[in-house]
Structure formats: C-alpha cells, structure tokens
Write a protein that binds this ligand. Sequence first.
Ligand SMILES: [Zn+2]
Length: 79
Amino acid sequence: MKMCIACGMPMTQIADYPLYDISKNYCKHCANKDGTMKTFDEKLASLTLRYMQSHDMDCAIAKHTAYVILKKLPAWKQK
Ligand SMILES: [Zn+2]
C-alpha cells in the first residue's frame, strides 16, 4: 500500500489516485484537475483553512501546525 507523499493519506483504492492513475505517488486531494501535483503553498493554504475550521484555531497557529506537518512528508522535506 502506498501513502501519499504530499499529505500522508494511505491510498488503498484506485479512486484515491488522481485520475485513477496508480503510478502516481500522491492522492487525488493533492492533485490538480489535470492530474499534476499541487504546490507546497497550495497544500499549506488548504490545510491551514481546514485546521481553522475544524479546530477553531487562530490563523497563525493553524498555519504553523500545517507547515510542521507538511514538512514531515516526503514531498516537502527538502523545501
Ligand atoms: Zn495527498
């Protein structure tokens, strides 16, 4: 089983892959409509928003948390 390199989500079904392409290392949530991977800034923005909404976090704290989590993932390690 593969894990998304950009968000860490386990990809267990073909529907988890962008455009059903199982050769990809990232999931559909981390892909653009054309199947290419989203950028670090795009993932950071969407994750920040999710934390603010689901945990009622302050914007700066949510952004920092999102940053720390994303930096642990293979796709963003060297950024
Ligand atoms: Zn992902």
